[in-house]
Ligand binder design. Structure first.
Ligand code: RBF
Length: 170
């Protein structure tokens, strides 16, 4: 596989089969112009891969800081096979950017390490709104699409590895 392949360009025929899965999406409404475009990209990709509409659960939170908490709730209260976290943190005049970016990256990494279901980090951290828009359907692709492809690939990996375990215990 090409190094750093832009997964936004993944053709429908290359998409992992999503039909067996149920996927949850937590989306932050802060910088909604960007995050909602990413949500649209993620949802379209999941549908294209065969995930049934009724198996896509979307929840909205106020900002990226709340994504970890929402992802934890989705893992606890739903049977989603993966959770995609969508957010956009843009550098401002204060240090909020650093605190929010670190908190959400660290929070999601902790969930990934402690849970056996994938949690996907589709959070943009950019210097400018333009850079964010370029990554939400602009010249740098759509990172929501990439989050969806990553979620599906991780669901397949989970299936493969869990079938190894059941073979081993036979
Ligand atoms: N949330 C984001 O998702 N992206 C941002 O760029 C962002 N910037 C913020 C800047 C300030 C000064 C504050 C107070 C909040 C910001 N938030 C942002 C919201 C944050 O993620 C969270 O929703 C609130 O801090 C409430 O916990």
């Amino acid at each position: 596989m090409k190094k750093n392949k832009d997964l936004s360009a993944c053709a429908a025929s290359e998409l992992p089969d999503g039909s067996p899965y149920s996927i949850a999406i937590a989306v932050a409404d802060w910088n909604a112009e960007v995050t909602h475009a990413m949500l649209e990209g993620a949802t379209e990709t999941l549908l294209k891969s065969g995930v049934k509409e009724e198996n896509i659960i979307t929840v909205h939170v106020p900002g990226s800081f709340e994504l970890t908490s929402a992802a934890g709730m989705l893992l606890n209260y739903t049977s989603a096979d993966a959770v995609i976290c969508i957010g956009c943190v843009i550098q401002g005049e204060t240090r909020h950017f650093e605190f929010i970016s670190h908190a959400v990256a660290g929070g999601i990494a902790q969930l990934c390490a402690s849970q056996c279901r994938p949690v996907i980090f589709s959070v943009l951290t950019t210097n400018t709104p333009e850079q964010a828009k370029e990554r939400a359907g602009g010249k740098c692709g759509n990172k929501g699409v990439e989050g969806a492809v990553t979620a599906l690939r991780m669901c397949h990996l989970n299936d493969q590895l869990s079938s190894c375990k059941s073979k081993k215990s036979r």
